[in-house]
Design a protein around this ligand. Structure first.
Ligand code: NAP
Length: 344
């Protein structure tokens, strides 16, 4: 099959190309970049030297694809231009993640330009919506901080264990590649390196996705999210604090997390009694599609700390996109996603 990437010169686009080049079901790849059309793909992604001789093409020359990924900036709102060029469209931006146009207006500061499109997209985290993604033609990627937060908490919400009347607080520590390849004052090395910087203590847009997906069809849900930039290039660590509706013990929590994730190919429960890798950590996940999930129970009772680490460019963007493609196309869910990461 033929897979295309629009916005292929960006960080998420580069990861999509790396994964598609190793995918057993992909015969042809086309890489769309306006700024680098005519240049070799390796001019933007040096890790792909000698792996491919592909060159970038203008978006209009991407042609007809079986699957087309959009890795354009948030707010580009260009998906409609590509809809008739592909069977399956997977948009990694935030343009189609929220179901309710009023939520979009509230969190993105302006009305959605094509609100009727929102209903047509499936929120593309397979651990949440595998059945809907199967056979779906319009899929949206999720926010990376949202992905980590949702996967940390999903088992507790599914089991009905979260007391929604008490605060649900999530802190995400994030690496610099979340910001994409465009340099800014914030990403300038002397300003970014070594920081622990409160990036968005309140008002982060991924809050809306987390609330939408953890509501699970129930009543309104309020989640409080803070995002802090730390010394990482890749990685998110979500630390979520919730209060339980009943008295829990560790054995009960293990069952809740195992019930949710034992059969998931890309979620690993990480919780050891001893050693240095007791809880999820992003460093081990660079380049992999795994989400490592863990939990801790406050010995004073009620408070559960739920954790999830991912690589923002993988399970948080490109890797999850390929996983969703595999589900939508009926390929083995782990096709092209075998890399297990590096240690140390
Ligand atoms: N970075 C992450 O961790 C992450 C995680 C989850 C989701 N995402 C989503 O994935 C999408 C791509 O993110 P990214 O980090 O790969 O961004 P990026 O590195 O900045 O790349 C974006 C690409 O979009 C193209 N583009 C088209 N119009 C543009 C414009 N007006 N301004 C800037 N670039 C433009 C550019 O390619 P050409 O000019 O070469 O065509 C550029 O390479 C975003 O929507 C983002 O929300 C990213």
């Amino acid at each position: 099959m033929k897979a295309g990437v629009v916005g292929a010169a960006g960080y998420a686009g580069g990861e999509l190309l790396r994964l598609l080049l190793g995918h057993p079901n992909v015969d042809e790849i086309v890489a769309g970049s306006e700024s680098l059309a005519g240049r070799p793909v390796s001019s933007a992604h040096p890790n792909l030297r000698k792996r491919t001789t592909l060159t970038f093409v203008h978006y209009e020359d991407v042609g007809r694809c079986d699957v087309l990924f959009l890795a354009l900036p948030n707010g580009a709102h260009r998906a409609h231009e590509f809809e008739d060029r592909t069977t399956v469209l997977i948009d990694l931006s935030s343009d189609h993640r929220l179901r309710d146009p009023a939520d979009y207006d509230r969190w993105y500061g302006s009305p959605h330009p094509r609100p009727t499109l929102l209903d047509r997209y499936t929120y593309g985290i397979p651990e949440l919506h595998r059945d809907e993604i199967r056979g779906s033609k319009r899929i949206t990627g999720a926010g990376c901080n949202a992905t980590a937060s949702i996967l940390a908490l999903l088992p507790l919400f599914r089991a009905g264990l979260v007391d929604r009347s008490r605060p649900i607080v999530i802190e995400c520590k994030v690496g610099s590649s979340e910001g994409g390849r465009e340099p800014s004052e914030d990403s300038h090395h002397p300003e970014r390196s070594g920081v622990v910087r409160s990036f968005r203590p309140v008002g982060h847009r991924h809050t809306a996705e987390i609330e939408q997906e953890l509501r699970l069809g129930g009543q309104n849900l309020r989640v409080d999210l803070s995002v802090t930039s730390v010394e990482l290039v890749r990685g998110v660590l979500a630390t979520a604090h919730v209060y339980s509706t009943t008295t829990l013990d560790e054995k009960a929590l293990w069952k809740v997390y195992r019930d949710a994730y034992a059969a998931e190919p890309f979620v690993r429960i990480v919780k050891e009694r001893t050693g240095i890798w007791r809880y999820p950590e992003p460093k081990l996940l660079a380049g992999t599609n795994f989400a490592d999930v863990g939990f801790a129970l406050d010995p004073r009772g009620e408070r559960v700390v739920a954790l999830c680490a991912i690589d923002n460019l993988m399970k948080g963007a490109a890797g999850n996109g390929i996983q969703a493609m595999n589900v939508a196309c009926g390929y083995p869910e782990d096709a092209g996603l075998a890399f297990v990461g590096l240690h140390p």
